[in-house]
Write a protein that binds this ligand. Sequence first.
Ligand code: NA7
Length: 539
Amino acid sequence: AASVQDPERFDAIVVGAGISGMYMLYRLRELGLKVRVLEAGTDVGGTWYWNRYPGARFDSESWSYGYAFSQEILDEWQWSEHFSSQPENLRYCRFVADRLDLKRDIRFETSVTSAHYDEDANEWAIAAEDGYAARARLFIAAIGPLSVPVWPAIDGIGDFEREAYHTARWPHEPVSFAGKRVAVIGTGATGVQLIQEVAKTAGHLTVLQRRPNWCAPLHNSPITPEEQADIRARHEEIFDHCRNTHGGFIHDADPRRLLETPEAERLAFLEKKYAEPGFGIWMGNFRDTFTNEEANRILSDFIAGKIRERVADPATAEKLIPKDHGFGQRRVPMETRYYEVYNQDNVELVDILADPIRRVTKTGIELESGHRDFDMIVYATGFDAVLGGFNRIDIRGLGGQRLRDKWAEGPTTYLGLQVAGFPNMLTLVGPQNAAGFGNIPRGIEQNVEWVARLVRHMRDNGLEYVAATPEAETEWQEEVTRSSDKMLLSKADSWFTGINRNIDGRSRRVYLLYTAGMPAYRERCDAVAAKGYEGMELR
Ligand code: NA7
């Protein structure tokens, strides 16, 4: 087997076999490169491999989420629901891997621990936990923006002697909630999806909520044969449309301003959006709701009204209405009868800002108000977003510089795809990349195709070295800051803004995403390429 003394050699090593790594492999192989993908899991799928918790599903329309690049895949695959669930999503990833014969170039159960740039050889030396080692000219991180789960910083977590799970490390065997006293911590997009499912069978469900989020109805349904035929006839049109929307979704901001729209018309529009499937209520709303406090407040009040209508107990309804941020300033969890769950006798909502968790014990959770016994605790506490995947690998560039050190004050990149001082390293859906903010596969296809074009350019011109210049990187920081400053979402604490109180040193806001939209981002990336990779040193 390959070891540090005797590494396997490739033209490119891709870390991660999720949606981005799979497609990158396909494109690089097409260019004639010898590629190896290293994947920690036992199968492809990334997000859809790890996040197996009940209720996990797309919030993007299934038929706008899958790969657009292959007509065969589009023709041969059929989604069963408008917002498909995790088991089907994982089946889809496996189907694509088989259809494109990807697995022969993927090494599974390989957790990459280090990636060092060897200046003399102009090669990356990659090592994994099991001693596997490989070298390649190109190192492509396809590690995902939400791949490193975070357990909350609560005392005694390890003491609990009964069932405990993190949603992002859900077991492969089925988990039953039937008749059990279940605690769920976390009410982000994940927690909301999970809670709806647990409430169906749990003996008693206690939701331990820190800050509520603004949720909106998903309105999922099966895809009828007529709809299927229509979708099949319009693949090209749908994906073309997604290429031109801000987030790569089918939904795009309405050109009108809420503040300039007469009240009756405004209300009718909001009602219509609330009744429509998917992210329309967020991504398809009046354009000033993203940037104007007053417009956003009116929208938030509308949603608060819906919560009050749907939750029977007024005190519970108030607990579920966010007070610290407006609608859409954090990721909007999409729900199916989530608010009605709190009308059930077997469900209780605990506001842990009012009644804090002291510690986890052998048998349950000690709140300030007293001890509660549980049979199961589920942590839906999210991820070390965007940076986590990079930080858990010891990545070193020119002069042995650690990426972790370079990013100590926040990430700096060029286009979210390259980092100055780290030649021949490319980051798909990396920090400050537009792909992380929106319908991620649409951003991934753009990222992968742009990288493939760069690799082809290098191959055709006999170039072996590509590195962003520090000047280009500085300019990109300014662009990221300038565009994010305009958005209300940059004013809230969330994974978008790099805040995570469970991780030391993550209490300061940094922009982890480029939020000016996919079309602007694509244009910029294409212009860079057209100008012979402006801002990058190639030789
Ligand atoms: P999120 O959106 O980061 O949500 C994490 C949730 O866990 C959120 O409600 C947090 O409350 C809560 N949390 C985190 N730490 C604690 C502690 N220590 N105590 C109590 N509650 C805690 O993660 P998700 O997995 O839901 O979603 C991530 C993305 O995946 C999502 O945006 C989708 O795009 C897919 P807080 O709000 O911080 O008060």
